[in-house]
Design a protein around this ligand. Structure first.
Ligand SMILES: [Zn+2]
Length: 147
């Protein structure tokens, strides 16, 4: 079942920590106000206004529920979509495009090289600590000199 999505699809740009719009869902909202003409010949709105949202070829009602039968949507709204179908923007800005094969962290591909170097340094540091532990008895012996 189609689900009404946010109009603006945002993703975190890991380089700037800012949200960037990566995609826009083509969306248009129509308001339908039921009108009635009373005995005096005056036309005024009756009942509550209905909202009809068109998104990516699907219709949704006021509550955001999918309208399966398009005939429930007012004709004027359907006509307008047919005549002028919305097209969503797709931005070319930075987006999460790379996943680290070691820790599965997501980031921009431009950050990946530095990230992998950090992993390598971590590994080398860990290896160095193992060597330090092996040499510690010698260091401890040296501190006793002079006392
Ligand atoms: Zn990683």
């Amino acid at each position: 079942m189609p689900v009404l999505e946010d109009v603006n699809v945002m993703e975190m740009d890991r380089a700037t920590s800012k949200l960037e719009e990566v995609r826009e869902n083509p969306t248009r909202v129509f308001v339908s106000i039921p009108l009635a003409t009373d005995a005096a010949g005056v036309t005024r709105p009756i009942g509550t206004a209905g909202y009809y949202t068109w998104q990516n070829g699907n219709w949704f009602d006021t509550g955001g529920n999918w309208i399966q039968d398009e005939n429930q949507v007012p004709q004027f709204a359907r006509d307008e979509i047919a005549a002028n179908r919305p097209i969503g923007r797709v931005s070319r800005g930075p987006a999460v495009t790379a996943v680290c094969q070691f820790c599965a962290e997501k980031m921009n591909s431009s950050e990946m090289e530095a990230h992998l170097v950090a992993h390598m340094n971590e590994t080398l540091r860990a290896a160095g600590q193992i060597m330090d532990k092996g040499e510690r008895p010698v260091t401890a012996k040296n501190t006793h000199r002079g006392t």
